[in-house]
Design a protein around this ligand. Sequence first.
Ligand SMILES: [Zn+2]
Length: 380
Amino acid sequence: MKNILRSCIFAVMAIALLPAGTLAQERRDKEQTYVLEHPYEVTKITPPQGKKIKNVILMIGDGMSLMHVYSAWTANRGKLFLDNCQTVGLSKTYCANKLITDSGAGGTALATGQKTIYHAVGVDPEGRPLKSLVDLAAAKGKSTGLAVTCRLWDATPADFCCHNIDRDAEAAIVADYVNCNADYVFGGGAKLFENRKDGRDLFAELRAKGFQTPRSWEDLVTIKNGKVFAVPYSVDTPLPADRGDLLARASLKGIELLNLNKNGFFMMIEGSQLDDYGHFNDLDLLMQETHDFDRTIGEIYKWAAQDGETLVIVTADHETGGLTLVDGDLKEGKIVCKFSTGGHSGVMVPVYAFGPGAQEFTGIFENTAIFDKIKKLLNL
Ligand SMILES: [Zn+2]
């Protein structure tokens, strides 16, 4: 019965994915032109001078390579908030059994410091659960949080809180959030928290564990302290143009709450849908999402500069779409790009650091080294 059910779900998913996949196929290898009509202002943000590291904010642009960043930079007339970073390094993203990784294994490397197998989340190659930066920071008395624009069963947030050898086991994956050590979670995916086939109401279970579970932005902003699990959307958050600066607001709200802890905090913020729009080979949406992520980076840098004891790392888990910038115009904010795949490609991804400890993130290193460095700097 379970197998039949699984096949049915896969069949429905395949039909649902078909139009996007076919569309991507049609777009592949064809030049796409994008012009940013209204460029945004980018201010200079001076990094703090102190050396003490109390908090770490890890920002992951899912599928974001240098090509995405340089295309977004060109479209915004040669400026990005990301340019305020102090140091840059390169991360090698291959996983335990494949050269070209996914967000399951790629994110698990960042979250737990272990290379695992393709499509695994928060477990080693044998399927054994791994402790993430969320678990380690919580064990040291720090507060911890996640803010993403995707459904919470998606691999990147799940890598920090959930444990499964198969990222497609979505209903099982979200159930792991009930036992996660995060104090603040913001994302989409409410439909698998309630009305579940197993009869569980995960929101009720989270409330029983002391979480507040706001289901709208309006309810979230009224919360002034305590643990929060905010899931305002059934699946993903709205498209970048419709949601405004939601990722920045949701991230800063999390920081406001996590920062009440005098021991500091660890937070992961994801520009989740760069990956989706890379898979769709949709340059327009991809640039909208990249610019949204960059403006979020700007807000986080500003907060960190004021705070003085916060290290901000911006990186990616892998590249998506095989994006190539083939032409453009800096003055007009015009880019001409091609995609070479509807999947991920193999390339080192950039690691940008801002704040105390930034100098530790220069050079060429394994993706797992990002975990190692954060662990060491926070003394976890
Ligand atoms: Zn992907």
